[in-house]
Design a protein around this ligand. Structure first.
Ligand SMILES: C=C(O[C@@H]1C=C(C(=O)O)C=C[C@H]1O)C(=O)O
Length: 280
């Protein structure tokens, strides 16, 4: 059996996928399934994919069953430019107001909840909705969007208060934040580590080639798909950090600590289990 790979369809994680040789992977029996983060999270946890880029929050929920692939993440130190709270009032005035949360996220919905309670002392009501800014704001005071939905929506949001959640996290903690990690189910580690190694190196190679051409191919692709300028997309990708280094790990463990303290995680997470059988 070869591996089923989960691919998040948003731009932010595409440096790991853009340069995959998909025809070769398919001819070797690998399958790729593409979806929004919350669905990929679910597919990995129910076992309908074997390895995937997933929400970092979902890793914490399944830490016992997952290992993380070394040095791969989607992180930022400060602004992200694709995780926005759109609000009709300033963030400090959201007490007892209603916020719509995109159904496609796991990490960022809890990041928002932490930011509002821990850093602003604001208590609100949440409702999960499809990611459509107009519909969300028709019945709510603010709305959270992530990924390409957020990038498109921010172009039309001139009459709203817009908060970048990476920037908010950094402002209040001085730490980077990691939104996505690559995880594999532990049963696959024992049954299929050779294929895992192959796909791991393909992810690393895609990241390196994407970076070495300054994200030009990706930027062309997303300009055609989502609009915006090549310059916007290049600087978007250059601003994100695709290595899960010690500093990113510290930031993520602090997020897990707060998520546990505020009751969003049922178990506290003090360490991240990294798959170590990689040969370079
Ligand atoms: C940076 C982003 O990070 C994404 C946010 C996720 C989440 O909130 O669960 C999951 C995967 C990440 O790729 C984004 O969507 O813009």
């Amino acid at each position: 059996m070869t591996l089923r790979i989960g691919e998040i369809e948003y731009a932010n994680i595409q440096p790991f996928f853009d340069k995959l040789d998909r025809d070769q992977l398919r001819s070797q029996g690998f399958q790729l399934k593409t979806d929004v983060p919350s669905s990929i999270n679910q597919k990995l946890s129910e076992g309908s994919v074997d390895v995937a880029g997933i929400s970092s929050f979902s890793y914490a929920q399944n830490a016992h069953d997952y290992s993380v692939l070394p040095d791969l993440s989607v992180s930022s130190k400060g602004e992200v430019r694709s995780l926005f709270l759109f609000s009709k009032v300033p963030i400090e005035q959201l007490e007892e107001k209603k916020i719509a949360l995109t159904a496609s996220s796991a990490t960022t919905v809890h990041l928002l909840k932490i930011i509002l309670i821990a850093f602003y002392g604001v208590h609100v009501q949440y409702q999960t909705m499809k990611p459509n800014l107009q519909e969300m704001l028709a019945t709510n005071d603010a709305a959270l969007l992530i990924g390409d939905d957020a990038i498109r929506a921010v172009r039309t949001a001139s009459d709203l208060y817009v908060y970048d959640l990476g920037e908010q996290w950094y402002k209040h903690t001085g730490l980077p934040m990691t939104y996505a990690l690559f995880a594999v189910r532990n049963d696959v580690l024992t049954s299929n580590s050779n294929d895992l190694e192959r796909v791991y190196h393909a992810f690393v190679n895609s990241r390196e080639v994407s970076k070495s051409n300054n994200y030009m191919d990706l930027s062309n692709r997303f300009t055609l798909k989502q609009g915006g300028t090549i310059d916007f997309w290049q600087s978007y990708f250059q601003n994100l950090w695709y290595h899960f280094n010690e500093e990113n790990k510290r930031g993520l463990l602090y997020y897990y600590k707060l998520a546990y303290e505020y009751g969003f995680l049922s178990k506290s997470i003090h360490s991240i289990s990294v798959w170590s059988k990689v040969h370079s």
